[in-house]
Design a binder for this molecule. Structure first.
Ligand SMILES: NC(=O)c1ccc[n+]([C@@H]2O[C@H](COP(=O)([O-])OP(=O)(O)OC[C@H]3O[C@@H](n4cnc5c(N)ncnc54)[C@H](OP(=O)(O)O)[C@@H]3O)[C@@H](O)[C@H]2O)c1
Length: 276
């Protein structure tokens, strides 16, 4: 049995599907139980990653865990796994950790989660993905309101990855040997500007969409509705000050899965319904 945390999210839901495809028995850790959002045959068990003591029931009989980063007591979460006899954990960290600084809040929560995994005594693999293609879902409300997408960092290229491909790698590393103690930097197949992504969305959705760069002040004001101040600062350090170069395209997904990672156009086609 493999436990997938974040099973209703962009990546976790794809991990659930990838593991089912691989013929695995899957249990989904959910924050709030709504069995109808889980695929048939997947058992949902309620637990809170911020409260490790709530995870015991979800971990019964589990040999592998797909784990998200950044919860309040990651050493406690790992201790519950070790107690339950988990034999393999695959941590979803971030590419920003590579050369990242503890003084950057986003790099820090990932670095600390990785340390907890490495020190846990549970055999581990760590995934360092680039920014997700699903971040384009943040433009949904703008796309419902009109044809202009306004976003920051118009000149910053990102080799964004489809959560589908992160999940494919997670499934491989959870179900085959040789990945213990490995960290994998994962990217998509092309390095795109936000305007390139908007152009692809326009083509896929059959709409006349336009990208406009936001000023730093506008971006900060908008982000403050969603993110705490230290995360906004972290993003500005990454992309305005150049602390994180997420533009490089790497062959890792193909090396590990045997097929090329999906393009942004493939992601957009698969998720077109969400934009309607
Ligand atoms: N976006 C990027 O570009 C990027 C890049 C690198 C790494 N990451 C990392 O990837 C992670 C996953 O991304 P995603 O897009 O899949 O996230 P997402 O769609 O927001 O999903 C997050 C999942 O975590 C669950 N969750 C939240 N708080 C929880 C808690 N206390 N206990 C148990 N489950 C909890 C949510 O369940 P509910 O919906 O029920 O709350 C949801 O299933 C992010 O958190 C981030 O650290 C993101």
């Amino acid at each position: 049995m493999i436990l997938v945390t974040g099973a209703t999210g962009n990546v976790g839901s794809e991990v659930v599907h990838a593991l089912i495809e691989a013929g695995q028995q899957v249990r989904a850790l959910v924050h709030h139980l709504n069995q109808s959002v889980l695929p048939p045959g997947v058992e949902g068990v309620v637990g809170d990653l911020n409260q490790p003591e709530t995870l015991a029931a979800a971990l019964v009989g589990v040999h592998g865990v797909f784990l998200l980063s950044g919860y309040q007591n990651m050493p406690g979460v790992l201790a519950e796994m070790r107690r339950a006899g988990v034999e393999r954990v695959v941590l979803l960290s971030s590419g920003c950790v590579v050369g990242g600084s503890m003084s950057n809040a986003i790099a820090r929560y990932n670095i600390l989660s990785e340390a907890a995994v490495r020190e846990s005594g549970v055999p581990w693999t760590i995934l360092h993905p680039s920014g997700f293609m699903s971040n384009a879902l943040r433009w949904l409300s703008q796309l419902r309101a009109g044809d202009v997408v306004r976003a920051p960092w118009g000149d910053v290229r990102i080799a964004a990855i489809d959560p589908f491909d992160i999940a494919a790698v997670a499934a491989v590393t959870l179900t085959t040997s040789g990945h213990e103690g490995q960290s994998y930097r994962l990217t998509g197949p092309e390095s795109l500007l936000p305007a390139d992504e908007v152009r692809v969305l326009a083509k896929v959705l059959g709409r006349d969409l336009r990208f406009e760069g936001q000023s730093d002040a506008e971006a900060r004001a908008e982000m403050s509705r969603t993110w705490p101040a230290e995360y906004i600062e972290a993003f500005f350090r990454f992309f305005s000050e150049g602390e994180y170069d997420d533009s490089q395209v790497l062959p890792t997904v193909e090396d590990l899965t045997g097929r090329r990672p999906r393009t942004f156009e493939q992601w957009a086609l698969a998720h077109a319904k969400a934009f309607k």
